[in-house]
Structures are given as structure tokens and as C-alpha cells.
Design a protein around this ligand. Sequence first.
Ligand SMILES: Cc1ncc(COP(=O)(O)O)c(C=O)c1O
Length: 513
Amino acid sequence: MSSSIDDGEIARAHASLGLTTEVADSAVYDRTVDRFRSRGIALPTFGELADPSTIPAARLAPLAGLDRNEPDSRNLFRVHWFGGLDGSGPHDVPDYIELPSEMTGVEARIVLAFGNRFPMIKAHKVLAAYACLVPRLVTGRFDPTAHRAVWPSTGNYARGGIAISRIMDCRGVAVLPEGMSKARFDWLEQWTLDPANDIIRTPGTESNVKEIYDTCNELEKDPEIEIINQFSEFSNHLGHYSVTGPALSRVFEHATADSGDARLAAYVSASGSGGTLGAGDYLKDNYGARIVAVEALECPTLLENGFGDHNIQGIGDKHVPLIHNVMNTDDVVAVSDRSTDALDALFNTPAGKAHLVDRVGLDPALVDALQHMGYSSSCNALAAIKIAKERGLGRDDVIVSVATDGSELYDAERTEYLASHHPNGYDSVAAAADFGRELEAGDTAKHLELTEQERRRVFNLGYFTWVEQQGTDFGDFTARADQRFWDGMRHFVAEWDEQIVEFNARTGTRDDD
Ligand SMILES: Cc1ncc(COP(=O)(O)O)c(C=O)c1O
């Protein structure tokens, strides 16, 4: 999409879309400093989260005796990809899994970094929540002593936001569809300060984001409410660009240390807010990787302007997020929730695991690790397989992706699924059928390579949500078609980091430096 936008207009669009380093209200800033000083809260920089080996040893030492799932501000220094399931770390390389060819049926190497190592919510969305909040804190835009932070989401981001609100001793409000997983609601009941008022259930399921926006627009009339909308917060994109991108680069380098000709062919990410796709922009800038956006076949919005309900929780929200860099996206793949439901059963039942070990010949340790792949993770794996087939990728090609959360968040759904789809038990025949259908015979249908025209179609589709429905300025909306809009926002991360350092100096809570 050609654009005649100049640098001044790009800077104006950044400011109007909330990308700024200017302190908005020094009284709010001072109150925030006081709150953080009194609670002893120290903030990590984006640079430290990208490469936690740079976190001073004195700051890491107390983590050894602290449960990673405790609502303790020291756990902010675990909001990175390099932690272990047991809370250990930071390690040199994020935990990841490489899916063997016997399982995927393709030669290309498929690696996924495990997100359930993140603290407090066992999903990487706590990083998005931190990335969206911290620029506000260090620019006097959020007052933890007065504001209530509202976290609109289909689940994990709301949990991340509530965790961070609670650490700050501030009221956080989760707005999410009533049909999301029981595990998400159970967690929210435990973590919100006032569950009756701080968990707002909106109608519908996964793809009912419009209903979430309607509720937020109502709530926003209260001046003490601050909506922190992951779908339109560019710091969500930047957090993944600057933290997830380098972490995945470390995974790629580690996985290919002994393979001289390996190339990072593609980055695959199922899109909810589109934040995680931001890591793809980093991997494209640094390795030339293709960026593959994935959605649910039952709600094929990017693929064919479609809509519908599905069970791949966290993705496919029936609109094009404002922070999705559509004009830099190369492929769209749709995966059915029937497939992800089936893989969840295959990976997490005794008969499924036995099939993978005894019949397919997979390493039992690898099969055990498949439990760390929730629905959207196996969705990413299936999309990676499709891309490998469609593009004829070979053994030197590596596809990198993420496992945002693990299957432990979907135990209740699995019980229900097994009862309704396999009332006589999930046995070896069912496992063989699922493996054959979903992995061995996986097809390349529902893949679309984005030509310029297709990119424009997807980009333009966003107009109806953002400009018509949510009132985004037309110039801000169209500025996003120009890659200089995206390249020109990278500098904010280093500047916010300087502000975080300054903020910590004022609170006096980073005596480790
Ligand atoms: C389980 C899961 N997978 C994938 C995503 C999509 O990530 P993003 O919102 O960064 O696009 C989410 C978002 O909440 C999620 O919860």
C-alpha cells in the first residue's frame, strides 16, 4: 500500500495512539513513585526481560525462595521466556520443544517456545500486560492509588493484568466472555480483590470481542477507570517485538547450533490481540522470516472476512486488531478447533500418549512435554505443518512459534470433550484415528499467501472496527499501512527503559544496580 505520509505525520499518529514518553501528570507520577516505594516494588526494563542474564544477581537471588505463582512484585523479574517450570532460571535458552518429523510428517524443523513458564498466570500474556502498563506508570498516565485498570481480553491477558494490578495493590477489573475456560474464572476468583465486581462477564465466547468493547466503552465513562486495551495498545506489539523476538532468536540459534545451513524460514503465531505477531516483525527484520498469522477455521476473519464461534481460546476475535502489522504479514492459515480438541485429547490421555510412544515411536520424554501445549499452541503447530507442506520446506528450514499456554488450563474442557465425543472412553482406536487425521493426513487447505491486494483487503477490513465502530482517527488508522510507522516506533522501548531506570531510582527500590 503506497503512502505519502511524512515523518511528522507518523510522529503525530504515534502520539495520538498513545506512544509517548512525555509525563502527562507529574502529580500522578509522584503518587505512583510513592506507592511503589511504600510497597517496595521494583520494575524490570524491557532490555532485562529480553535478556534476563543482564538482571543483577542480587535481584535474582531472592527469587530462589519465592514461588513463581505468588502475587509478589519480585516475580516481575520472571516475566520473560527464560524461566523453568519449577521457577528456576533465568536459563541461557528458553524452554522449547522441537516436534519430530515422525509426528509432523514434514522435514522442516518446527520449534515452539513454552509460555507456561511465565510467572503467576502460566502464560506469556503477563508480558503483554506488563508491556501495556509500564509505559503508563513511568509517564504519569496511570495512578495506582486511584485508577482501576480494566483488562479486556478473552482470558489470559486479563489474568496477566489482574496479577500485575494486584502486585501494585491496585484494583484491576477483568472483562472477558462468559464462555471462557473454567480454569481462567477459577484463577480470577482467587486473584481479584473484589471478585463480585472485578470480574465482568460479557455475552458469548472466544470471538465476541465487540461485546467486550461495548462493556469497556460503558465503563470508560467513569474517570477513574483506565481501559488498557491490548488490541489497540502498541506497547503490546513493542513488548513482543523487543522481548519475545530476541528470546525466539535465542531458541533458533540454540536449535540450529550444529546445523550450518539452517535458516529461519517462518514465524507462526495464532492471533488474538496480534501482540505476539510482533515477534515476527523482529524475526523478519533480523532473519528474513515469513510472518504467518493463524486463526480458527470456524472464525476465518483474516482468511475470508468470516465470523463464528470456536474453542481455540485466546485467538480469533472476529476483527483485525489495530496493532496487527497486516502489511508486513505474509501468510494466513486457518486451523479447525476440531483438530485442536483432538490433539488435546491425543496429547493428554493415557491412550493418546501410548499411541505416540508405542505406535509412532516418539521419545516418551517428548510426549510428556506435549502437555505444555494448550489449544492455541497445537493450533500453531498444525499451522506450521501446513506452511511447511505448502511451501515445500526442507530440513534446513526452521519454523519458530510459541506455545502460549499449556494444557493444564483446559482440564475441565477436556473432561467435557471426552465425555461428549468419546462416551465409551478414549482408546487406542480413537488415538490412532486422531493421529492419522490431524497429523499424518494434515492438508494444506485454508492457507492464503498474502499478495499486496490480499494484505489491503485485510487491512481495510480493520476500518470497520476501528474507525467506524471505535472512533479511531482515520489518519492514525491509515498511517499503519506504512512500514515507517512501525519501524519508527522501535525507539520507544529504549526510551521507556531509561524512564524505568529513572522511576526505580526515585522509588529507591533497585538497590541491586
Ligand atoms: C492461549 C492464547 N493463545 C494465543 C493468544 C494470542 O496472543 P496475542 O493476543 O498476542 O495475539 C492468546 C491471547 O490472549 C492466548 O490467551
